[in-house]
Design a protein around this ligand. Structure first.
Ligand code: ACO
Length: 326
């Protein structure tokens, strides 16, 4: 099979910060509660005109710049998102248009916080099958537009952002193995409530209530820990690599305590995990993508290193990918 590797990474986060102190003015919470329960100190909030496609386009541009590749040479664009600008056109098609990637096919993947891993995995299959030679994989989310800002259980957790990478076929194997899992039976634990405002027999908007996230945090916590640890172990087994050989684990950044518990379950030091949750909170699909970008930028993942990307999210869905950084 054709070896596939990640040849460039990129990211974009909005400049506007929302600190825990800012949230103390909105809901009954405290910096102390948020930091000790989640590890989050601040998060980025997209401006009114920074739609998900804008975040995705900026991250994609950085990848093309870093890879020194023209947009016209891109074969496939996949955007992992659950907060698209609208149901259609897809964010991927908006990216294709903005970049002028005329030869690419483009579509979105919906797998919540695990979206980056699912999207890399989908792109990987196209490259393995030699259908395409390269793929621009972007994870972009703007969940802050779907938050009930009166609900302290959820509003302190999320932020906006985008991360991206370029997958290319070549002579070196960079993606060693992947393992994906889905548990639809637990879907009720985290969902977006969409009030039915339009119906042919009820032509007027019912009450104008916007969709909002509802989450059962403590139940999700346990499944997140078990599924992430399980996916790491199964992906490593497929790659025939032991956890002690891994230089860096790049996890979805939902909660610092979840990451601690996964480290404990895998029996590895927490220092092996790349963590940036304090700056960004949970950016859904973008979390693992931005963390991968920063881990590479900061030298936590170097040439020849083994690394594992792992995530868990609404659906519920989980997954891990073992990579060798080329
Ligand atoms: N400030 C102050 N108090 C709060 C806040 C807040 N922001 N939020 C909740 N509390 C209170 C609760 O009301 C509760 O009070 P009570 O005991 O008087 O009822 C108390 O704090 C404890 O609440 P818990 O929900 O038990 O707190 P917990 O320690 O479980 O932390 C958290 C909550 C952070 C949500 C945690 O459960 C978690 O991280 N869960 C997993 C989240 C996750 O992984 N989501 C899925 C991924 S995201 C995606 O897929 C898009």
């Amino acid at each position: 099979m054709t070896p596939v590797q990640i040849t460039a990474v990129g990211h974009y986060v909005p400049s506007r910060k929302l600190t825990n102190a800012d949230l103390e003015k909105i809901v009954d919470t405290s910096d102390e509660w948020i930091v000790t329960r989640t590890g989050i100190k601040e998060r980025r909030i997209a401006g009114e005109h920074e739609k998900t496609s804008h975040l995705a386009i900026e991250a994609a541009r950085q990848v093309l710049h870093n890879a020194k590749i023209a947009a016209s040479k891109i074969d496939l664009i996949i955007v992992a998102t659950t907060s698209p600008d609208s149901n259609f056109p897809s964010v991927a098609c908006l990216v294709q248009k903005a970049l002028g990637a005329r030869s690419a096919i483009a579509f979105d993947v919906s797998a919540a916080c695990t979206g980056f891993i699912y999207a890399i995995s989908v792109a990987h299959q196209f490259l393995l099958a030699k259908t395409y030679k390269n793929a621009l994989v972007i994870a972009a989310d703007r969940l802050t537009t779907m938050i009930d800002w009166q609900d302290r259980n959820t509003c302190v957790l999320f932020g906006d952002g985008a991360g991206a990478c370029l997958l290319e076929s070549g002579d070196k194997k960079g993606i060693l193995a992947e393992h994906l899992e889905s548990y639809g039976e637990y879907g009720e634990l985290m969902k977006i409530i969409v009030p039915e405002t339009r119906h042919p027999l009820k032509p007027k908007h019912a009450n104008g209530v916007l969709p909002y996230i509802q989450m059962q945090g403590p139940e999700l916590f346990k499944i997140a820990v078990n599924s992430m640890a399980d996916c790491v172990e199964k992906a490593l087994e497929k790659a025939k690599i032991t956890i002690s050989e891994v230089a860096c684990v790049v996890p979805h950044q939902a909660n610092d305590r979840i990451i601690s518990a996964v480290a404990k379950k895998l029996d590895i030091p927490k220092e092996k995990f790349f963590i940036n949750i304090e700056k960004y909170g949970n950016m859904s699909a973008a979390s693992a993508a931005v963390a991968l970008f920063e881990a590479v930028e900061l030298g936590r993942i170097r040439k020849g290193d083994y690394a594992v990307l792992v995530a868990f999210g609404a659906g519920l869905v989980a997954g891990a990918i073992v990579i060798k950084w080329q």
